[in-house]
Each structure stands twice: as C-alpha cells, then as structure tokens.
Design a binder for this molecule. Structure first.
Ligand code: AMP
Ligand code: ZN
Length: 492
C-alpha cells in the first residue's frame, strides 16, 4: 500500500496545527462532509468546498486507503437565520413557490448532482438525508436528555450549553470561550423557550401551519440542523471517526454543536481531524445564496453572466480551483478564469504529446526526485498549487524530451507518464470525461464559425434571405450572432 511510504500531514482546525494523520483503523478512513441545504441551485462557492473534499477523497484513495465517504443532504431543519429562529429554508421556498417541500428538495438535489457530475466530483459512498433519519435523530436527542445535557421546553428540546460547559469545553473548535460569548449575547426577550442564548435547538415544536413535521415524544415538530450530522455521521461511521469536513463558515456554530452533541452522547470526542475549506469570494465578499452575491456553475459553462467575457469549460474551472490551496480564500474573476484556461490548455497539450516521446538509453532527468516533490506537496496538507507548479516543471521536462535535449529510459518514461496521469486525472480530477466535453465544445465552436463564414459569403453576394436564415436558425438554438467592427462573434 502506498500510504505506508508516506507521512500525510493534515491541518486540524481543533489544534490549529498540521498534524501527522493516523487513521483509527489501519488502511481504513471514515470521512463525513456536510452536504448542501437543497433549497436553491448550488453556487460556485458551494462547488468549491465540495471540490476541495473531492480532491481530498481522491488523494486518500490514491494512497490506497479504503475510504467510506459520507456526505449528507440537508432537507429539513436549516433555519433562515442559521440560529434557532426564523423559517425553515426549505419550507420557506415551498411556501413562496407553492410547492410541496419535497418537490423543492427533489428539484435542487437533482441540480446538485447534475452540477457535481459536470465538474467531475466522485459521488460519496453514502448520501443520507435528514428526513430519512428522523427516528435516529429522536434517539440521539433522547440519549442527550437522559445524559442530562438537554431539556424540554414547551415541546421543543434544547441543548444545555452551560451544563455541558461544566463537564466539557464548549468552543474548543472555534477557539471561543463561553464566558465571552455569553457577555456579548443579547438578552432573551421572554418569548424564547431557551434558558440561555447559547443553547441550541435539537427539536423544534412545529406551528400548526408548518408543513414539515413528525411525531416525537415531545411534540409534532422537526429536528434542528446540527442534530442530523451528529446522527448520520455516527450511524454510518461510528461514534468516533477520522475526518469531518465542511466550509469554514460551518465551524461555528454548526460543527461546535456537533462536537458538543457527540460528547454529550458518548463522553468522548466524535472526530479526530476537523478540516475546513475556505470560502470563494466574489468582489471580495463571500459568495452566498441568500445575498445574491454569487455566480452559478451553469453560468460559467454558458458564459451567460455579466461577470464573464466568455464561456469556460468545467475542467478549466476545476483547474482554477485547484490552483489555490483549499484553506486559502479565493476570489473569483474573469481574469483568473482566462489565465486558468491558458494554463490548463498548456498542461493538456503537453500531456497529449507524451505518448509520442521516444525512449533513450539513459535518463538525464531525475524522475524519482520529481515524484518525491509531487508527493511532498500533496502530503503537506493537500497542497495542490505546489503540486501544479511541479506538474509544470514536468511540462518543461516534456519539452526537453521532445527537443531531444534530454532523454529517459523506457522504465523512467513509463513512471513519468503514470505519475502525470495519476496526479492530473485521478487526484486533481481533470478527468477523461472532460476531454470528451472539451472536444465537443471545440467542434461546436468550429461549426458555428463555419456558419458565420458562410453567412458573410451570402451577404457579400447580396443573398440576404440566406444570411438572415443562418442568423435566425442559430438564434432558435439560442446561439446569438453579434456583428461588430472586428467581424461577427457569437454567444451561446
Ligand atoms: P449550504 O448549502 O449553505 O449549507 O452550504 C453547503 C456547503 O457550501 C457548506 O460546506 C458551506 O460551508 C459551503 N459554502 C457556502 N458558501 C460558500 C462560499 N462562498 N465558498 C465556499 N464554500 C461555501
Ligand atoms: Zn453538517
């Protein structure tokens, strides 16, 4: 197994340090990542987070680990203000669009899968839904009540943070102290069923008009957002597992509450390594569904956005994301996409020529050293930007080999090609499916350009009925021709 030859360091948000990764059971890894709340189309920021964990999943598998990767679908319980008041996000969308909540869930779950597929993300091993685990969630809540860390109030159940903090440390992940949180919080207004502001809902009693409701020992109601992840992660990965991930914005309160619930249930920490992917920003501000400051993945592929000068393919977008370390903030822009497209094409063109290289009698390039550098980058907390810089060093090797300024023995050339393919396709996920997509796009563009030339010819011959026909038929296919000073361009 390759992993035996590697020391993988992972940045653990619990300690705020890079730590040597050791799984609980040798050779096996349990990994849980918080999935989407399926009440609207995923935006590119969401995609970035899931792509970061896809790369991590791919690399762990590449190292030879057997990974059980669980990523949930939040289809109930995530309230509009992320705290314990306000409407359920899915119920609100259902009310506004006059749909059944499960119609909303179905529509956006399909969109989520479609987009992740287009961007070549591997499906997780298990994708459980919150509504499919109500009975298990009730069991977890009951256990926490029995252990003395939760209380029932007016049909709702709240986690008793102050009581928990007497025995454990609330705030250990977000590195906050409960005393500071308490002094900064607003006073409860007497309407709330909570004892303290920091307490969080595990079960909410539903108002009579609330559509999403299930019977429970406490009331007809629905589970709180944090409860589903504690429940489903422990059900499928055990009461202690290796890796838990999500976007940086989930660290508090969501993941802090998960740790508290886990310890309140079992007496020990539920997770060994907490990983957080950083945010994608647009115009320097967090990309978010609720604020409207976002770009949809479909807009990138179609180019139909005022933020873009043209359409970009999914692999170029993926390449752009991989050029930034998953823990760094990344700002999205058209310029960055243009640069990524150049880089991606250079890498791929170079790879295409690799099979044509002839072997030599001796190796004048040190492939073993290059291999070690590539692995060192990935073993250093999945440093994909450094890996990519080494891959471009590999492009330099290919150029030298093509010019016959360097040579490799058959064995070294095989190793070099295998490593390139492993890193580019398997680990970074710039996969084969993309190539098909790309060549089709290129063919379509070539065909449109041919039609533009024929239209120009028709116009030069004053055959306006033909030139108009070409323009109108393309418009019917949503391909719009734009005549400008420098000729005709198109948008599709
Ligand atoms: P949500 O559907 O809002 O629960 O978010 C799904 C995932 O996307 C979570 O892990 C979030 O942390 C992550 N996420 C939300 N906004 C962004 C963003 N702007 N950049 C990166 N990840 C994000
Ligand atoms: Zn979660």
């Amino acid at each position: 197994m390759i992993y035996k030859d590697h020391t993988l360091k992972i940045y653990n948000s619990l300690s705020n340090k890079k730590e040597t990764f050791t799984p609980i059971e040798e050779g096996y890894i349990g990994m849980y990542v918080c999935g989407p709340t399926v009440y609207s189309n995923v935006h590119l920021g969401n995609v970035r987070t899931f792509m970061s964990f896809d790369m991590i999943y791919r690399y762990l598998q590449h190292l030879g680990y057997k990974v059980r990767y669980v990523r949930n679908i939040t289809d109930v319980g995530h309230l509009v203000d992320d705290l314990d008041e306000g409407e359920d996000k899915i119920a609100k969308k259902a009310r506004l669009e006059k749909l059944e909540p499960m119609e909303v869930v179905q529509r956006y779950t399909l969109d989520f899968h479609d987009i992740l597929n287009k961007f070549n993300l591997l499906p997780p091993s298990i994708e459980p839904t919150a509504t499919g685990h109500i009975i298990e969630q009730i069991g977890v809540i009951q256990k926490i009540i029995d252990n003395g860390y939760a209380y029932v109030s007016n049909g709702s159940v709240y986690f008793d943070v102050a009581k928990y903090n007497e025995d454990y440390e609330y705030g250990e992940l977000s590195h906050r102290k409960l005393e500071d949180m308490a002094s900064n919080s607003r006073q409860l207004d007497g309407q709330s069923d909570k004892r303290n502001e920091q307490d969080f809902a595990m079960w909410k009693r539903a108002d009579p008009e609330h559509l999403m409701r299930w019977p429970s020992p406490w009331s007809d109601g629905f589970p709180g957002w944090h409860t589903e992840c504690t429940t489903m992660s422990s059900k499928y990965l055990g009461k202690k597992f290796d890796i838990h991930g999500g976007g940086m914005d989930l660290k508090f309160p969501h993941h802090e509450c998960e740790i508290a619930q886990g310890k309140a249930c079992t007496g020990h920490a539920p997770v060994n390594y907490w990983l957080h992917a950083n945010l994608l920003t647009l115009n320097g501000k967090k990309m978010a569904k609720s604020s409207g400051n976002n770009i949809l993945p479909g807009e990138i592929l179609s180019g139909k956005s005022p933020l873009l000068s043209k359409a970009y393919s999914a692999p170029v977008t993926r390449f752009l994301m991989m050029q930034t370390h998953y823990r760094s903030i990344m700002d999205f822009s058209d310029e960055a996409m243009l640069a990524a497209e150049k880089g991606y094409n250079r890498l791929m063109k170079s790879l295409e020529t690799l099979p044509k290289i002839e072997t030599g009698k001796v190796s004048t390039l040190d492939i073993a050293e290059w291999r070690a550098k590539c692995y060192a980058a990935m073993n250093d907390d999945f440093n994909t930007p450094i890996l990519i810089s080494h891959l471009f060093e590999g492009v330099g090797f290919i150029n030298l080999l093509k010019d016959k300024s360097a040579s490799l023995t058959a064995a070294d050339l095989d190793l070099f090609a295998k490593l390139f393919s492993d890193f580019v396709y398997d680990v970074l996920g710039l996969g084969v499916a993309f190539e098909i997509y790309d060549s089709r796009t290129e063919k379509l563009k070539g065909t449109i350009n041919l039609l533009i030339e024929m239209r120009d010819l028709a116009r030069a011959n004053r055959n306006y009925s033909l030139s108009d026909q070409i323009r109108d038929r393309l418009a019917m296919l949503d391909i719009l021709l734009k005549d400008g000073e420098n000729g005709t361009t198109f948008d599709y």
